[in-house]
Design a protein around this ligand. Structure first.
Ligand code: SF4
Length: 655
């Protein structure tokens, strides 16, 4: 019997219209867990580097995390993996909501799509009945609208539907897949779905899922719930509101946006508005939020209510997620009401709320600087907000300049030329990243930005405070109940970390400490992404309810796989290395691992090289960032080493 997972994937060939239910190998679950881990294994095995993102041979995999559908609180992530048109590397984007548990209850762990349908279709999965259905009548419909139309058509109000909007149909490189109160947004996975001629996947499942040892599993779930309650009642003092609690409910509940609005660069990194936040703005933004926010909502099996339904005047209600609250507002240097309004259109079009605003602000910056001219913007309104709406429409339709911008800032800058590349301020590995432009190099963030292959906007941050606490007393108070640390060393790193002086950034934490901190952070993100856990309850916050000490127990009693901390660490390292291997095979190397030049004003090239050298060594990668033959063998990835040798990526007999 299989536990926590169903043991079956759905294999759909959209070119041939074939549907297969395929039993999976339980040994793969032991080695790669599920979700991201097994997605990476499938991409490695079946999508060689010669396959282009928009090739019929590219796969689009919707993988439910290993523990999704179990009673583990907050475990609801679908991990969507493919080769990204934007980065040409592996993208894996997570969506919360309800889709992954529903897929498990229908009897499947993954939906693996290959080929391309000649006509627009959607997939209907209802337990054992799986159909490819005509979607021509849904062409051009919004991503949210489509979900409702499909539910009505199927007469299944409880079906969970993941859909693309016009942006996905038109292969916009930052098109998202929208589902309920969530979306999988990064890396242009919606464009791959559109390229495959797939408008949506609707799922309804009513089967049971087996738990290996429920008498052990349920008390663990209850402990987590109890701890969530405790953390909600005891926010962490001395950190910004978004970090004081769990999840990201602060974005929809708390009105204090001083930190984000004053520390992030607005308008595609043009301006930092240091004294923006004042009483008047606080009041105005609170009123906007209070009048437009109709309800706070959660993902499946979670008490956190991070999301909200937003009803802007005269517009349909939609669900807003997390940081999208601010991205449009800040890109347009406007106010919250504008951001809430345009996000409604953008959600229906199905675009990444992080990339899309930056791309539009980038276009206007080029216009201000004479690189693009009036001839590029025929009929564009003269007011700033009108321009953003105008640009969004052009981008999702790929009309005129919109066709160029639809490829994202990196590729658009290349096509535009005339020095436009200097304005693509935020790209790392060809996609838009955080518009944070700070003064002093932060060595921990340097490593995360440089080496990360997870494309979420917070990268792989979490667990360790973002900045030192001012007094020793505050630090001592913080570490007192910090039981989530993998070992005691991390407490000492933090206790000794000072805002100024010898033990301050960029030289403290030391190179070795930075490597250990980033490695811990990354490990937790990768574990979440295989189990399907929301990062908001595990890898992202400080002092989360899920951690390296209780996760093995969840896996052992839930999935029936004998697990301890060491084995789990090794498994996470294995599939993390596999993600890197997919990307190395596609040409990624050390030269690509650098944050934007102007990410920090004060840079330390020698230290940065040392950080990369040491981190690569810790990870078992050579000086070019390629996993060594020895480390691959140690992880049970000898097949990767052989492939690397065959391709001349590593030389025979050498690492
Ligand atoms: S913490 Fe928030 S984002 Fe995470 S599962 Fe719960 S409601 Fe969803």
């Amino acid at each position: 019997m299989r536990y926590a997972e169903t043991g079956f994937n759905l294999e759909i060939d959209l070119s041939r219209g074939s549907i297969e239910r395929v039993e999976t190998d339980p040994r793969d679950t032991e080695l790669y867990l599920g979700g991201l881990g097994t997605n990476a294994k499938i991409l490695w095995d079946r999508v060689p580097p010669e396959v282009e993102p928009f090739s019929a041979d590219n796969l689009l995999i919707f993988g439910a995390g290993l523990l999704c559908g179990t009673p583990a609180t907050g475990c609801n992530r679908t991990i969507v993996s493919t080769i990204s048109p934007q980065t040409q590397l592996m993208a894996y984007s997570m969506m919360g909501g309800f889709w992954a548990p529903e897929l498990k209850y229908a009897g499947y762990d993954k939906v693996i799509l290959r080929g391309k349908s000649p006509e627009l279709v959607y997939l209907w999965i209802h337990n054992d009945r799986v159909e490819i259905r005509d979607a021509s009548h849904l062409q051009g419909k919004g991503a949210v609208e489509t979900q409702e139309l499909i539910r009505q058509e199927l007469k299944e109000p409880k079906a969970q539907v993941a859909a693309i909007g016009l942006a996905g149909e038109n292969r916009v490189y930052f098109a998202s897949i929208e589902q309920g109160r969530s979306s999988a947004s990064r890396g242009g996975i919606g464009a791959v779905m559109g390229d495959k001629g797939l408008k949506a996947i609707a799922v309804r499942g009513t089967k049971d899922l087996n738990i290996a040892r429920p008498d052990e599993f349920m008390p663990l779930c209850n402990e987590v719930l109890k701890y969530i309650k405790f953390r909600n009642e005891n926010p962490i003092p001395g950190v910004m509101p978004i970090l004081a609690g769990l999840g990201s409910p602060q974005e929809m509940k708390v009105h204090d946006e001083k930190w984000h609005t004053e520390n992030f660069m607005w308008g595609n990194s043009r301006t930092r508005r240091k004294d923006f936040w004042n009483e008047e703005i606080a009041k105005d933004w609170m009123e906007t939020m209070e009048t437009m926010r109709t309800r706070l909502i959660s993902c499946y099996n979670c008490p956190m209510t991070c999301g909200a339904t937003i009803s802007p005047p005269g517009l349909p209600t939609y669900m807003m997620k997390c940081f999208s609250k601010l991205t449009y507002t800040m890109a347009a240097m406007s106010d919250l009401a504008f951001g809430m309004g345009i996000a409604q259109s953008a959600t229906e079009y199905g675009v990444d709320a992080f990339s899309a605003p930056q791309v539009m602000a980038f276009a206007l910056e080029l216009y201000e600087n004479g690189i693009l001219t009036d001839a590029d913007f025929p009929g564009m309104p003269s007011d700033n907000e009108g321009r953003f709406y105008w640009l969004l429409d052009r981008i999702v339709r790929r009309e005129g300049i919109g066709d160029v911008l639809a490829d994202g800032t990196y590729w658009a800058a290349k096509r535009i030329g005339k020095g436009a590349e200097a304005y693509a301020h935020n790209t790392i590995k060809k996609h838009e990243q955080l518009p944070l432009k700070l003064s002093m190099l932060n060595p921990i963030y340097f490593l995360m930005y440089s080496t990360g292959e997870k494309m979420n906007i917070t990268q792989i941050e979490g667990q360790f405070p973002q900045a030192p606490f001012v007094t020793k007393e505050e630090r001592e108070a913080f570490v007192k109940d910090w039981f989530q640390v993998p070992d005691e060393r991390f407490k000492q790193y933090f206790l000794d970390w000072e805002p100024r002086g010898e033990k301050s950034m960029p030289f403290y934490p030391t190179v070795e400490m930075c490597c250990n901190i980033v490695d811990w952070q990354e490990r937790m993100h990768y574990i979440d992404d295989a189990l399907g856990m929301c990062a908001g309850l595990s890898s992202f916050p400080l002092k989360p309810p899920y951690h390296i000490h209780n996760y093995p127990k969840f896996i052992s009693s839930g999935a029936g796989i004998d697990m301890d901390e060491e084995k789990l660490t090794q498994a996470a390292k294995r599939y993390r290395t596999l993600v890197r291997a997919v990307n190395i095979r596609r040409g990624m190397r050390r030269k690509d691992e650098k944050p934007p030049e102007d990410h920090w004003k004060k840079r330390f090239p020698e230290l940065e090289e040392k950080l990369l050298d040491a981190y690569y060594k810790l990870k078992g990668w050579n000086q070019d960032g390629v996993p060594t033959k020895e480390s691959l063998q140690e992880l049970g990835l000898a097949y990767v080493a052989e492939d690397f040798e065959r391709r001349g990526i590593i030389k025979n007999g050498q690492s």
